[in-house]
Ligand binder design. Structure first.
Ligand code: ATP
Ligand code: AMO
Length: 434
């Protein structure tokens, strides 16, 4: 579009061409107004029926809401206009006329259910508060990348079509790859580990993960964005430090650069950046504290996974982001290293928002014999993972890392009640299109 002016930049005295969507039409009789909206904001266009060219007035007033138009005219100060200025048009062109029957109302006056909104994301994201989520999501990813770069990480991209699963044969989407069985990858786990043994040493990846879990919950997706970190020569404690740094940086980026978006979401007042030094509770302490809340019908015992209500009860008790460390080895995957002094304990950790798990990670088993043993213990055939295990024979440094659910970070940061709100086109059990 040549030489258009954004609505927010229209200055009294200028002649501008603004391009955007017809947000609202107010016809008061002798005078009528179009409110035109673009990505920068809105501007009023005034039609004085008796004083303007009939064709111009007719075009302006016949246009349907949400049509795309360009308006050329002089910008004037007008204190009664919503933004204090208005355009007195010389020309209006309808670039794309909208159907009068809209599947949802972008002005937000009429509420729409989530499925209708997801079916019509184009219209849904014309709403300021919905657009704000995705502007913030983009800022989170920007800040996260920057934090990784300052931690000395190299960004990598690993395959999403794989021959074998990452963490076991379950919960994968099978596909056909030139007549062979293949899968959509559920985590870059094995690939990122292979790269810490390469000359890169410290890597991160932001990419899709696919999980055929049958969940139908407000916090699970079948296609999610995983933010992965892996580094040579650090232990689980170093990995937790990096995790805290990345998560806090994401909050800082949003606090610094997304004030308008936070306002659109009604969060500007309450938004706070979490303090560093998240408490680190052992798994043992975690189950004791959950049991002490009395929120669960049955007491948790060593070896239990934490049920959702348990996570919630503990989150309410702790009241901030926190880590759970020293998980039982038996409930952590084969690639997580056992504690040096007690092989019942692992170096695995989770990082929790008070409302849910955000991150899993740990120190990795880098010793070839132990790794192969781990595969067997988990009932996996190490042969199938030969491409991975073999590299542990040629100099694999001690290393640690973690995976953070991108949508869960957005969701918990903004207090969204459904993870689907944080994805443009979510994939869940029912939803494969759009
Ligand atoms: P009519 O006599 O047919 O109502 P008019 O041209 O006399 O039309 P006004 O009396 O100027 O219209 O305004 C009608 C309404 O529109 C009033 O409530 C006025 O405050 C409001 N209004 C007028 N001009 C503007 C403007 N530029 N921006 C916002 N509101 C305006
Ligand atoms: P895990 O399976 O715990 O660990 O996944 C890491 C994080 O990814 C997010 N997540 C999901 N988000 C939405 N929908 C899902 N279905 C979903 N599944 C996972 C969560 C979770 O905490 N390889 C390890 C990571 C590592 O050790 O480095 C892994 O994938 O926020």
């Amino acid at each position: 579009m040549e030489s258009r002016t954004h609505a927010a930049d229209a200055t009294p005295g200028d002649t501008v061409t603004v391009a955007g969507w017809v947000h609202e039409i107010r016809d008061l009789g002798g005078i009528a107004f179009l409110i035109v909206r673009d990505s920068s904001g809105k501007i009023q266009v005034k039609f004085e029926k008796d004083e303007m060219d009939d064709d111009l007035v007719e075009t302006g007033l016949d246009v349907q809401r949400e049509s795309v138009v360009t308006v050329t005219g002089a910008v004037e100060e007008e204190e009664r206009a919503p933004t204090g200025v208005e355009i007195v048009p010389d020309e209006i062109e309808v670039l794309s006329a909208a159907d009068p029957e809209l599947p949802l109302d972008p002005s937000g006056k009429v509420d729409a259910e989530l499925p209708t909104r997801l079916d019509n994301r184009t219209l849904d994201l014309r709403k300021e508060e919905v657009k704000a989520i995705f502007e913030i999501r983009a800022e989170i990813l920007r800040s996260v990348r920057e934090a990784f770069r300052s931690l000395g990480c190299t960004e990598i991209n690993t395959p999403k079509i794989v021959a074998t699963g990452t963490e076991g044969g379950t919960e994968l989407f099978p596909i056909t790859y030139f007549g062979r069985e293949a899968f959509m990858n559920q985590s870059p786990q094995l690939f990122k580990q292979l790269m810490v043994g390469s000359g890169l040493e410290r890597v991160f990846e932001i990419g899709p993960i696919f999980r055929a879990e049958e969940h139908n919950t407000p916090r699970h997706l079948n296609e999610a964005t995983s933010i992965d970190f892996e580094s040579a020569f650090i232990d689980e404690s170093g990995a937790m430090d990096a995790c805290e740094e990345v998560v806090v940086s994401a909050y800082e980026g949003v606090a610094e650069n997304c004030q308008e978006e936070l306002e659109a979401l009604g969060l500007a007042e309450e938004f706070t950046v979490p303090e560093r030094d998240f408490p680190r509770l052992t798994y043992q302490e975690a189950i004791e504290r959950i049991n002490a809340t009395g929120e669960l019908d049955e007491q948790l015992v060593w070896g239990d996974d934490l049920p959702t209500e348990g996570e919630r009860a503990l989150g309410d008790d702790v009241g901030q982001h926190y880590f759970i460390t020293e998980w039982p080895s038996e409930i952590k995957p084969f690639y997580i290293k056992d504690n040096e002094d007690d092989d019942e304990l692992s170096t695995g950790f989770d990082m929790m928002h008070p409302s849910m798990e955000l991150v899993s990670g740990g120190q990795r088993e880098h010793r070839y014999d132990h790794l192969v043993e781990g595969f067997e213990q988990q009932g996996l055939d190490p042969e199938q993972f030969d491409y991975y295990t073999k590299m542990f024979k040629y100099g694999m440094p001690p290393h640690a890392g973690w995976g953070l659910g991108g949508e869960r970070l957005v969701m918990t940061m903004l207090g969204l009640d459904n993870i689907r709100e944080a994805v443009l086109f979510p994939r869940d059990r029912q939803r494969l299109s759009p």
